[in-house]
Design a protein around this ligand. Structure first.
Ligand SMILES: [Zn+2]
Length: 342
């Protein structure tokens, strides 16, 4: 019951603000004891009051520490930041800037993205794919591989399949590989209807060939964002089936010979983040997990619904320093100690 972890937690409890509520409880306790001083056994009551207070105080610290130890040893609480980007623009390329291209609040610059990714690689983060997240943290069908113990997990996702992600993102990933000999993973949530779309007016989209190239270089994890980027909550039951089915079919057709384990389009991010229980009932037929936008960390231990995985929206106003601050709050993965048999 009392082990090294318990002692670590005791030190933490005593050294943080967590003790403040306990102090206020003790103060209240003292107030209830003061009127007892007017009894004739004044000295005895005062003596007992002091010791009862101390005893209650110590017991509370003991119980809090014990609870904390049980929670951290049996099921470590894992917090994962999943960032949601859209298009990537290059500030050094005129074609990516007005008047040649309109800017949007959801753009992110290649220059800031590189700063962020460089930090993550230097600090040895684990870039999760959607299937990693599912296997090790949601379904927990396999233990976390030992090479990832001590790392912090993070996931970088890109919605809508814009060409800028491929054009400006791949060079960053190649530079990181050259500099640090590390692979960075981009999770792409794509609407296959717009693959290769480029009418010169709207933002160009990446092609099936781009997807295949990124996949073969082991940079892309290709997942569904619906077939046509429709709000799933607005579709009839039949339309919903078509939207989910066609997206999966088209993405798997594009990567058929490469994706032997059928992991492409096993997961989905909802267009506009729109989801309700009616849509959710359809999802298990096509997907293993689903991603929303709610600007929260994914807290693995508190996740009740694998079709509502939290993501943090990244926009043009999100500085790389803010992203770094958020990423640094990810949990460091610890080995789960198995209970010893006596
Ligand atoms: Zn979208």
């Amino acid at each position: 019951m009392i082990n090294q972890k318990w002692i670590e937690n005791l030190i933490w409890v005593l050294s943080t603000k967590a003790t403040q509520p306990l102090f206020s409880i003790i103060d209240k306790l003292k107030l209830t004891i003061i009127p007892l001083r007017w009894y004739k056994d004044f000295f005895l009551i005062k003596f007992l009051g002091q010791w009862v207070g101390k005893l209650v105080y110590l017991s509370l610290i003991f119980i809090v520490t014990l609870g904390l130890t049980a929670a951290t040893v049996k099921s470590p609480s894992v917090k994962i930041p999943i960032f949601g980007f859209h298009d990537i623009i290059d500030l050094q390329n005129k074609a990516d800037l007005p008047p040649y291209r309109r800017l949007s609040d959801i753009d992110y610059t290649k220059q800031d993205l590189e700063k962020f990714i460089d930090y993550l690689v230097q600090k040895n983060y684990w870039f999760l794919s959607s299937q990693d997240l599912f296997i090790y943290f949601i379904n927990k069908s396999q233990p976390i591989p030992t090479e990832h113990i001590g790392q912090k997990p993070v996931m970088l996702t890109f919605d809508d399949g814009y060409k800028g992600v491929h054009k400006n993102g791949i060079p960053i990933l190649e530079r990181m590989e050259k500099k640090y000999a590390e692979k960075v993973k981009f999770v792409l949530f794509v609407n296959p209807k717009s693959l290769g779309f480029d009418n010169g007016k709207d933002l160009p989209h990446l092609s099936c060939q781009d997807l295949r190239e990124g996949y073969q270089k082991d940079f892309y994890d290709i997942q569904s964002h619906g077939f046509t980027h429709k709000k799933l909550t607005k579709l009839s039951s039949k339309e919903l089936d078509v939207e989910l089915y066609l997206a999966k079919l088209a993405l798997r057709k594009c990567t058929n010979d490469l994706d032997r384990n059928k992991i492409v389009a096993a997961h989905i991010a909802y267009p506009f983040g729109a989801i309700n229980t009616r849509v959710e009932r359809k999802l298990p037929k096509y997907h293993l997990t689903g991603f929303v936008y709610d600007d929260n960390f994914l807290r693995v231990n508190y996740l009740k619904n694998q079709f509502r995985i939290s993501r943090i929206t990244v926009g043009s106003h999100t500085s790389p320093y803010k992203l770094i601050r958020l990423a640094s709050r990810a949990s460091t993965l610890k080995k789960i100690s198995k209970s010893k048999k006596i």
